[in-house]
Design a binder for this molecule. Structure first.
Ligand code: GA4
Length: 333
């Protein structure tokens, strides 16, 4: 599936950094087969070591994935003036180059949507009403429902692997009708010629950790995703269009008192091909206290973090820039 290559008219190009440090390919990426009886232990191990793993043998129908991808491609192929009608992202809606509201920029355009039917933003509704011929089906809803189910299953397996009781202690936060979750469709256009020729890749999405509990990412067959290992080395993740990648978010790091690590990751813009990714970010209700789970804490173990609600964390996150270490403000000294 190809997004038509657009002329390089992105205006803030000069502000978008390039990253020319060579990254090695992450060949030892943990691959978790959901049908493997050992998957819960392997998942925990991967979350402790990398905060990241790949899931195969998932139950998300391929037809949901391809249908949404083709609708997203159709949307991103619309004239700029049409797409701009669905923006600016505040934070939901269509955005181009600017990420968040504190000066981050990237070689990217995207649609950011709220997944909670209770609080579907007017902007989201407008996107669907305005372009019924593009988002004509229930593709977004079908896809989100399916990846949510995958996220529940992953969180329940992690809870089992960590002997957390009850096993839905984590997943119930995403199942909650007030769960503050969101969904992102990203398009990274091919890199413009001068950059491509210099062999330097533009930053598509700058390095960051996801604030939520867990993120479920799927991309087309274009590379770009890189994760940071414990020793600070960046490695590139080979794309796999039929699998899902799971990221541990900051909230899960806190709820496991630092045992599972939220993963720093970024996307470099690929030289020739356009990259399309779709990510579900599973977050708790705004009023939820984010504290280490009692069943996980040793007798004398103290929380590494100050007590805060998801609303407080999110508010602080939205004042930060992408690369900031957001958990720092909430760590006990
Ligand atoms: C990173 C993870 C998700 O994409 C996101 C991003 C959000 C945004 O794009 O509006 C943020 C970023 C993300 C963290 C810090 C703030 C907020 C941009 C930014 C600079 C939707 C999210 O929840 O946090």
């Amino acid at each position: 599936m190809v997004v038509q290559s657009q002329p390089a008219t992105l205006t803030h190009c000069s502000l978008i950094e390039t990253c020319n440090k060579p990254t090695t390919v992450f060949t030892s990426i943990p691959v978790i087969n959901l049908e493997d009886p050992e998957s819960k232990f392997l998942m925990v191990k991967a979350c402790e070591e990398y905060g990241f793993f790949k899931v195969v043998n998932h139950c998300v129908p391929m037809e949901f994935i391809t249908r949404l991808e083709s609708e997203a491609v159709e949307f991103f192929n619309l004239p700029q003036s049409e797409k701009d009608k669905a923006g600016p992202p505040d934070p939901f809606g269509y955005g181009s180059k600017r990420i968040g509201s504190n000066g981050d920029v990237g070689w990217i355009e995207y649609l950011l949507l709220n997944t909670n039917p209770q609080v579907v933003s007017l902007k989201t509704l407008a996107i669907f009403r305005q372009r019924p011929e593009v988002f004509r089906s229930s593709a977004v809803n079908d896809y989100i429902q399916a990846v949510k189910t995958l996220a529940f299953e992953v969180l329940e397996l992690i809870a089992d692997g960590l002997k957390i009781e009850p096993r839905d202690a984590l997943s119930k936060l995403l199942r909650d009708e007030n769960s503050d979750s969101c969904f992102r469709l990203n398009h990274y256009p091919p890199c413009p010629e001068p950059e491509a020729l210099s062999g330097r890749n533009l930053v598509g999405f700058g390095e960051h950790t996801d604030p939520q509990i867990i993120s479920v990412l799927r991309s087309n067959n274009t590379s770009g995703l890189q994760i940071c290992l414990k020793d600070g080395t960046w490695v590139s993740v080979p794309p796999d269009e039929s699998s899902f990648f799971i990221n541990v978010g900051d909230a899960l790091q806190v709820m496991t008192n630092g045992r599972l690590k939220s993963v720093r990751h970024r996307v470099s813009a690929n030289t020739h091909k356009s990259r399309v990714s779709m990510i579900y970010f599973g977050g708790p209700p705004l009023s939820e206290k984010i504290v280490p789970l009692i069943s996980l804490m040793g007798k004398q173990e103290e929380s590494l973090y100050k007590e805060f609600t998801w609303w407080e964390y999110k508010t602080s996150a939205y004042k930060s820039t992408l690369a900031d270490y957001r958990l720092g403000l909430f760590q006990k000294t």
